[in-house]
Design a protein around this ligand. Sequence first.
Ligand code: ZN
Length: 380
Amino acid sequence: MLTLLKNAQLYSPSPKGKMDLLIANGKIAEIAPHIELKSNQALFSTLDLAGAILAPGFVDALVHFTGGGGEGGFAYRTAELSFDEAAPTGVTTLVGALGTDSVTRSPAQVLGKARELTAQGLSCYCYTGSYHLPVKTITGSIEQDIVLIPEMIGVGEIAIADHRASQASVQAFIEVVAEARVAGLLAGKKGISFFHVGDGKGKLSMLREIIAQSDLSITQLYPTHCNRNQALFNDALAFLNEGGAIDFTTSTIPQFIEEGEVSCPQALKTILDKGLAWQRVSFSSDANASLPLFNSEGELVGMQAGKLESLYEAARQAVQGYDVPLEVALSVISANPAKILGLTNKGKLAKGFDADMVVLAPDTLEIKQVIAKGQSIWAK
Ligand code: ZN
């Protein structure tokens, strides 16, 4: 089946001007200023985008699609993500992870949910492992999970600098990162190690220790929640300067901002103003995680859940409220995370890539349609 999209204002995420785009069997077959199909009209469908923006489907490096939590007891377990909730958000590639709870939730559940959402039309991957060391796996080892299970692209989210972390030694973390790295080599994957960074005093120092005390490369490490307070944000900018990739969390609540969280649009604007490598910066939603509120005594005082739609909302706000160029705002939710994670068919509108794309209104940047693997999965 062929689908021809005509008259798009194409962002690959780089701006490419007015283009037509041909989809064949779920892949992008051609992008050119004018594509005319001479074959029988019955063999293909045409959609005139009339100057609407066509952007890559969004890539979200952290989604708790089996639900996360509950750090306030069982009443605080958050819900699973459904396809119907996900489709309108423009996120077409999701990477699932466990959260704090790796006892009543498991890597097998994360894998099962990834397969469910993929069967419904999205593209899902997952991290093996858990917050704590020794990590939970499906087959018994990180290495076997990544080598033998197609959806497993790395290990995570492993907690550091957090009262909920396992407080393990540098050597223990080195062994985890090394195992994921070797497994990635064997399986033709990146084998990334994805780290949850809490508001502990160590900030990103554990990641620097891993690099200093081993032969591992900084490119194997991917820390998230780097905007949770100003001190961690500053340390993350230093880590970016050292050659690392950093991720910011878009799900938030007003109290987090009042307490010093750096909003994602503000974080991206700061990186551009400082001339730092925004190509190694990404946003992720932390969707369906619990967002726990602790008081100064470390007691839980409230709970909300992360939202998948916050991913694009933060990018859109960066453009509309912070003068961030659209190509940069789109890159942090498409090409950048895809590259950091080693998802070679995702995050770009280019020949041979998966036909995941989002149609945006040029004036309001509102999402009008979502196409995943060549199929329209949602339209306004
Ligand atoms: Zn986390």
